[in-house]
Design a protein around this ligand. Structure first.
Ligand SMILES: [Zn+2]
Length: 90
């Protein structure tokens, strides 16, 4: 037996879609997940899409995270700190 999905719950959001005949129809869509956070300080990462996995698969790799070392893992200020620590360690 298939599980019943309660669309009128908090896990769904209302999207008003314009249908033929200038009708406005309510569609229920799943909410977007929380954004990616920095692994060191926990702030929300910039340049990271906030999409469901199905939508993420449609994006190219460079659209999913910043193109730099630790891009998508650490925020820019934490990345800078890591670089300084690595330079001092040598
Ligand atoms: Zn950080």
């Amino acid at each position: 037996m298939a599980a019943t999905i309660f669309k009128q719950s908090r896990s769904f959001r209302v999207v008003k879609v314009k249908a033929p005949g200038n009708r406005i129809v309510v569609h229920w869509r799943k909410r977007n997940p929380k954004g990616a956070h920095c692994g060191k300080c926990g702030t929300l990462l910039n340049g990271m899409p906030r999409l469901r996995p199905v939508e993420l698969n449609k994006l190219s790799k460079s659209q999913k995270r910043p193109e730099r070392p630790y891009g998508g893992m650490l925020c820019s200020s934490c990345t800078r700190q890591v670089f300084i620590e690595k330079a001092r360690a040598k």
